[in-house]
Design a protein around this ligand. Structure first.
Ligand code: B12
Ligand code: SF4
Length: 531
């Protein structure tokens, strides 16, 4: 009997009998509050939505494909405290705890990692975009034992193998680790660029029924990534100039079908930087959705100049209900200065065409752009209203890590705020915006006003109310409007108090408690079975 159990434990059906060692990995998505250095104002962050921790779902799928056992604890959506998360992890008994890490939320994630590591006594591995920018600085924190430099496809299985056995960490591509007081950064494998080779994100480990974003009309809701990178070079964007790596249409449609069939998903937000970058690929994906008769609606992000009437019509037929366009400004000179490579005329044509096709539009705009004046920003807001967009997002242009604006700022000032923030030697603050004569205070005030002007007009409210699909959607939007009118701070300094008590809008409180209890009892049951 003992022999049988041992054999069962080391025989992995997914790897067709290849002998692998099992590790138990607890991946934690911690809640994050509002930060002064963010590009969005607080109200937007509050109502932005609850999204599945997709990066961790990819990592989980990669680890599971290699035969390991994984839980993802979405502490943000489940509104779990550190103690509650510790309880779940203690029941699961992980050999390793993992976190996804962005530069902006670095310190908060570190606080969670420190507390959970102390309670559970397992090493900590981190990954995410921040590691690409600041690999050494991130590992300088004592809490972190290991880091993933780039993607996890090759790195994570190789790392888990070495962690269990020989600990030849120098052989693991893309691993960041500590050795005799040094931080070693191994070069990543080029194979990780092949996005087709990735398994689908492990949505079976997520509370899919709890997610929603601000415009969500149907549930269950999820997000999806079907391509990596964007080769365009807008000066404010972290993705600019990165290699475009798409998943094949069949793989994408298979993932959509899995979402619909296995997780009851009816609405998907495709978070690719530019979903319509390859026209033929989008057409094939649409044909696949239509051909398989999938009951799903979806949204995506596109450049203004990467759609046309025929493509939009096909996208609508395949369930596309919203397109998010990067418009940024109504001023042609400013667009040119930001290397956006679109014209104001193209913006007007594409938005009009999209609306006439029956697809809702969201425009991304930037406040405080190079050469921005109070007048140019007010013109941009008027332009947004004239376009009759269904949604508009006004973000404060910020020199984010790995953007051209950031490189210029580091070169000109000799200071890298983000690096210092990760190292813990710089306090959270708004970054200076040397490219405009507007002060940060003015940009804050004008951005808040932009929202009120756009969303507060009676004509917009009437249009928006008519198109609401459910009471949940109405309630979410109504509460956001009330918050926007009555709860926005007048001055940025008062944010410090507010953001300390920041809470994301959560419309699923009862369901979340039910899910949490189920989660705990299923882990207890699994523990009893294993005993
Ligand atoms: C979906 C998404 C979200 C979702 C879900 C969170 C998530 N990332 O899972 C939501 C909406 C919640 C979100 C929130 C935020 N996000 Co976000 N998000 C994305 C997005 C669009 C897709 C992520 C994805 O699945 N990519 C595809 C996979 C294959 O790549 P990946 O995410 O890099 O993950 C791989 C590796 O990084 C690595 N890895 C990642 N995590 C881990 C963990 C471990 C343990 C290991 C071993 C490896 C590993 O392995 C993965 C598989 O190869 C990316 C942009 C993008 N296209 O990647 C931005 C992105 C990651 N987000 C970003 C930002 C800024 C944020 C926010 C700060 C926004 C905000 N102001 O609220 C928050 C912070 C969240 C937090 N906890 O820190 C930035 C990060 C920039 C930076 N310098 O850190 C990105 C890169 C977008 C961008 N270009 O600006 N985000
Ligand atoms: S803003 Fe859009 S088009 Fe420009 S680099 Fe970023 S993702 Fe690409």
């Amino acid at each position: 009997m003992i022999l049988y159990i041992t054999y069962f434990k080391i025989y992995n059906f997914k790897t067709q009998g290849k002998i692998v060692h099992f590790m138990k990995i607890g991946l934690v998505f911690n809640p994050f509050s509002y930060k002064l250095h963010e590009e969005n104002i607080r109200i937007v962050q509050k109502y932005f939505g609850l999204f599945p921790p997709l990066s961790l779902a990819w990592v989980a799928a990669i680890a599971e494909s290699a035969g390991h056992e994984v839980v993802i604890i979405d502490a943000r959506t489940l509104e779990l405290t550190i103690d509650e998360t510790t309880n779940i992890l203690k029941k699961f008994k992980p050999d390793l705890i993992g976190f996804m890490m962005t530069t902006y939320m670095f310190r908060e994630t570190m606080e969670w990692a420190a507390a959970l590591k102390a309670a559970v006594k397992a090493p900590v591995v981190i990954g995410g975009y921040n590691l690409r920018v600041y690999p050494r600085e991130s590992l300088m924190n004592d809490v972190v034992d290991y880091g993933c430099l780039n993607h996890a496809l090759v790195m994570f299985p190789a790392f888990l193998r070495e962690l269990e056995r020989e600990r030849n960490f120098e052989s693991v591509p893309g691993l960041i680790y500590k050795h005799n007081g040094d931080i070693i950064v191994n070069e990543a494998s080029p194979e990780e660029e092949d996005f087709n080779a990735y398994p689908n994100p492990a949505r079976h480990l997520l509370p899919n029924e709890l997610y929603a974003e601000f415009p969500t009309e149907r549930k269950n809701f999820t997000v999806m990534i079907t391509s990596l990178g964007c080769p365009m070079r807008c000066v404010f964007c972290e993705a600019g100039g990165t290699k475009y790596s798409p998943r094949s249409p069949v793989i994408v449609v298979d993932e959509i079908e899995q979402c619909v069939r296995d997780f009851g998903i009816r609405e998907i937000d495709i978070f690719d930087y530019d979903f319509t970058f390859q026209r033929g690929r989008v057409e094939s994906i649409c044909d696949g959705i239509i051909g398989r008769g999938l009951d799903v609606t979806w949204a995506c992000r596109s450049r203004i100049d990467h759609v046309d009437a025929m493509l939009l019509e096909k996208m609508r037929k395949a369930g596309c209900r919203r397109i998010y366009y990067g418009i940024e400004s109504s001023n042609q000179d400013i667009l040119a200065a930001m290397h956006k490579q679109i014209s104001v005329a193209q913006v007007m044509d594409t938005i009009d065409l999209t609306r006439r096709t029956g697809i809702k539009t969201l425009g991304f705009f930037l406040a405080g752009v190079p050469g921005e004046t109070r007048k140019s920003l007010e013109q941009t807001v008027k332009f947004a209203k004239r376009l009759k967009l269904d949604y508009a997002q006004f973000s404060k242009l910020t020199a984010k890590p790995w953007t051209t604006l950031w490189k210029d700022m580091v070169q000109n000032t000799g200071k890298d705020y983000w690096k210092d923030y990760v190292l813990g030697v710089e306090q959270e603050k708004q970054l200076p915006r040397a490219w405009t004569s507007l002060s940060n205070e003015e940009i804050d005030r004008l951005t808040k006003r932009a929202y009120l002007k756009f969303y507060g007009s009676p004509r917009f409210l009437w249009r928006a109310t008519k198109s609401v699909a459910s009471f949940t959607e109405f309630k979410r939007k109504f509460l956001a409007l009330i918050d926007m009118i009555f709860k926005q701070e007048n001055k940025s300094e008062t944010w410090t108090l507010k953001h300390a008590t920041f809470k994301t809008y959560n419309e699923n409180r009862t369901r979340r408690i039910k899910y949490f209890l189920n989660h705990l009892s299923s882990l207890s049951a699994a523990k009893k079975d294993g005993e």
